[in-house]
Ligand binder design. Structure first.
Ligand code: ATP
Length: 515
């Protein structure tokens, strides 16, 4: 655990040192849970957004993309249920004065029990080797059984309490599970209260005219209110989807995990409109499609898992998360929800406008059901960055004094800078030749030109920002028109003709998508 904590700290400081992520308004000591993306962070984020957009919109004839406004008519949030029900249960520890999400305290406690069970199973697996039967072991080992019963009991009680909105029992569960505050170590808890997460502001220049409006807490509602506009103007036939990416805002109770939980963040959502009765089939299809998409990023599939929701939201008839193993454990990365016809029906009621689809094949009109996929771009960024970040011991030294390098092994197609062009020395016409190559590559790839410091230092700088290729121009280039390509991951070098560099680069970038 300590190791992972160190790793996480290293990632945060590396992000800042190398222009990926800065605390917001840092010169004023920052703003809690708000971050700015720097010159490389903005590129990586854009590449991730573009990849999502391409796989959703460009690759699916029946999905189109929109860009709705952040501000929406305030009734939107009445209809969606956010004004009345978009809240988290909060609890304070009276000794440390720290605030927590009561549900997260219980979930973390359950995760600890689950980890104990997994450890027990792993130990036995190592002991018995080939002959090990996990199912038998789980159903007979006394310690595993005891923990499993404990876990099941907590799970049932937690689910019932949440469903009944019984906050007193959520508190009692925290007490009965003997959950302590990680800061004070005490069990001196306040009552549990609901806290609405929406930010509000006022629209209108004269105060009497001002209306309270909200900063959208999810992008989905911008899609629902435009359902008919898009369906009619795009002549869309069910099943079809509407996708969008954009900012969302939530006044999170606890926001201590870097860009994992922010108060201003970006979502990439897709609402898929289907015929009633077919939604669970589509729900399964989208679960599978989205998991495949994650695997196409080239990260080990063991880092992902599905997690069914314990309590279904008021609008859902099936829901799960794709969880990712972040440096601080498995946590939600993406939600996949079967939202029934809740949103469209509710908007119909509140707006008085019909939001129906006429199905010409079946000659009937209905309110479509919706399956949504919803991923946080910042969380995706953190998943990709934390997997890519590595500190490596080196045998070869590439002319450098340090025998360690920090490298971001990002998938090539996501890297902020694709190629760096480096003249070996700053004389003998090498910079001119290097600049010529740089200018020829620039219209096609994000490139950098760097002539400062030793070549070893320049390689390290490019490793640290994740540039897949460096091209070095040396004296032989002037003689025979070849240059050295140096690969980030293997650090291997090869000599290639200058006029082949663009195509080598293009092939390398294309090959890094694992779809
Ligand atoms: P959590 O349980 O972690 O609060 P959630 O279930 O409320 O998340 P959803 O409402 O399903 O999240 O939102 C969809 C996606 O938006 C999440 O899977 C996550 O990737 C992202 N997301 C939600 N809240 C935040 C946040 N505060 N900061 C960054 N990303 C977020």
């Amino acid at each position: 655990m300590a190791n992972n904590e160190d790793l996480f700290k290293n990632i945060i400081s590396h992000s800042k040192e190398y222009g990926y992520i800065f605390p917001s308004s840092e010169i004023y000591d920052g703003l809690s849970a708000v971050y700015d993306y720097g010159q490389y962070g903005a590129e990586l984020k854009k590449n991730l957004r573009d990849y999502w957009w391409k796989s959703m919109v460009q690759m699916n004839e029946n999905i189109v993309g929109i860009d709705a406004a952040i501000f929406m008519h305030p009734t939107t949030w009445k209809a969606s249920g956010h004004v009345d029900a978009f809240s988290d249960p909060l609890i304070d520890n009276k000794d440390s004065k720290k605030r927590y999400r009561a549900d997260v305290l219980v979930e973390d406690h359950m995760a600890k029990i689950e980890a104990k069970i997994t450890k027990e199973v792993e130990k036995a697996k190592a002991r018995f080797g080939e002959s090990f039967n996990e199912e038998t072991f789980r159903s007979t080992n006394a310690r595993v059984l005891e923990n499993q019963t404990k876990l099941n009991d907590i799970h049932t009680r937690f689910k019932n309490a949440l469903e009944a909105n019984d906050l007193a029992d959520v508190r009692q569960l925290i007490i009965d599970c003997e959950i302590v505050c990680p800061v004070s170590g005490s069990r001196n808890w306040t009552e549990v209260r609901q806290f609405n997460l929406m930010f509000s502001t006022a629209m209108g220049s004269v105060s009497e005219e001002a209306a309270t409006i909200y900063l959208r807490p999810e992008t989905a509602q911008g899609i629902f209110v435009n359902f008919l506009n898009v369906q009619k103007t795009g002549r869309m036939k069910i099943p079809f989807g509407i996708a969008q990416t954009g900012k969302a805002f939530r006044n999170e109770i606890v926001a201590r995990q870097f860009i994992f939980r922010m108060r201003e963040f970006e979502q990439m959502e897709m609402q898929f409109f289907v015929k009633p009765g077919t939604e669970l089939e589509w729900y399964e299809r989208w679960k599978e499609t989205r998991m495949k998409w994650h695997n196409s990023l080239g990260i080990s599939s063991e880092k992902y898992r599905f997690h069914d929701h314990i309590k279904l939201a008021h609008y859902a008839n099936a829901a799960c998360d794709i969880e990712f193993e972040f440096p601080f454990g498995f946590k939600e990365l993406e939600g996949i929800h079967s939202r029934t016809d809740f949103d469209l029906s509710s908007h119909e009621k509140f707006s008085g406008k019909k939001l129906r689809y006429f199905d010409a094949e079946d000659n009937e009109s209905y309110i479509p059901y919706v399956v949504e996929t919803s991923i946080g771009l910042d969380r995706l960024f953190l998943a990709v960055l934390s997997t890519a970040f590595q500190i490596e011991k080196l045998n070869t030294q590439e002319g450098e004094e340090s025998n360690e390098r920090v490298v971001l092994r990002l998938p090539d197609f996501l890297a902020p800078v694709k190629v760096a062009v480096l003249p070996l020395v700053k004389k003998d016409g090498l910079p001119d030749r290097a600049l010529e190559l740089f200018h020829s590559l620039k219209p096609h790839f994000m490139c950098q030109y760097d002539e400062k410091d030793s070549i070893g230092k320049r390689y390290r700088r490019q490793d640290a920002i994740g540039t897949p290729l460096c091209v070095t121009i040396d004296h032989q280039t002037i003689e025979d028109g070849t240059a050295t390509i140096r690969h980030r991951d293997s650090m291997q070098q090869e000599r290639v003709p200058m006029d082949k560099i663009a195509s080598i680069l293009r092939e390398k970038i294309d090959a890094s998508v694992k779809a």
